[in-house]
Design a protein around this ligand. Structure first.
Ligand code: SF4
Length: 187
C-alpha cells in the first residue's frame, strides 16, 4: 500500500476537488499562503519537555507525516498544529480532523495516546483546543478511505464547497470554480 501524506487529510476534508487537483494531478501552485505556512511549520516553538517535528505513521491506514509540536499535560501528549490564518471561535473542521489523524498515527507508531490537541492560528495569535473524540477519529479514518477512493477516480470531483472556501485557494487557477459553478458544479 502506498503511504499518503498526513497533511492531505486536511486538504481532502477542506475540499475533495482540491485534494484531487493537487495530489492526483499535481496542480499545486505555490502562493504566499503556502510559503508562509511552511515557514511556520519549520519554526514550531517548543519548551523544555516538549518535542517538535515528530514523525508519526500508521501502517494500517497507510499514512505518514510530521506533528508540529507535542506538549505534555498530566503525562499525556497534546498535539499542536500551526496554521497561518485567523482563528474562528472553534478550530477549523479540516484542522481538527488532521489532528485526529495525527493522533491515530502517534498511537500506532509511538504507542502514545493523545486525547487532546490544539491549533495555533498565527495571524490572530490564537490557540483553539480540540478534543480528539471517537467521532473525530472516525472522521479521520473516513477521510483516508475517501482519499483512496479519489485516487482511483479517473476524473476530478466537481465543485461542492461554498465560494468562501475558494478565496486564497492555491489551486484556484487550475480549478476554475466559477466556471464550474455556472455549469452546475461538474467539470
Ligand atoms: S478553488 Fe474552491 S472548489 Fe476549487 S479546489 Fe480550491 S477550494 Fe476547491
Amino acid at each position: 500500500m502506498d503511504y499518503l501524506p498526513l497533511s492531505k487529510i486536511n486538504t481532502v476534508v477542506y475540499c475533495e476537488r482540491r485534494f484531487y487537483l493537487e495530489y492526483v494531478l499535481g496542480e499545486l501552485h505555490v502562493n504566499h499562503h503556502i510559503v508562509e505556512g511552511h515557514h511556520l511549520h519549520t519554526r514550531a516553538y517548543t519548551e523544555r519537555g516538549e518535542r517538535s517535528g515528530v514523525w508519526v505513521w500508521s501502517d494500517r491506514l497507510g499514512l505518514v507525516g510530521v506533528v508540529d509540536r507535542i506538549e505534555y499535560a498530566d503525562d499525556e501528549p497534546v498535539l499542536v498544529e500551526y496554521k497561518k490564518g485567523q482563528a474562528f471561535p472553534q478550530a477549523n473542521d479540516s484542522d481538527a480532523v488532521q489532528l485526529a489523524a495525527q493522533a491515530l498515527c502517534l498511537k500506532e507508531s509511538r504507542g502514545e495516546r493523545a486525547r487532546r490537541g490544539a491549533v495555533y492560528y498565527h495571524a490572530s495569535r490564537t490557540r483553539r483546543e480540540v478534543e480528539l473524540t471517537p467521532e473525530l477519529l472516525s472522521r479521520a479514518e473516513a477521510a483516508v478511505t475517501h482519499m483512496r477512493q479519489l485516487l482511483r477516480s479517473p476524473r476530478p470531483p466537481g465543485v461542492v464547497v461554498p465560494p468562501s472556501k475558494c478565496a486564497g485557494c492555491s489551486t484556484r487557477e487550475a480549478c476554475q470554480p466559477e466556471l464550474l459553478r455556472q455549469k452546475g458544479g461538474r467539470g
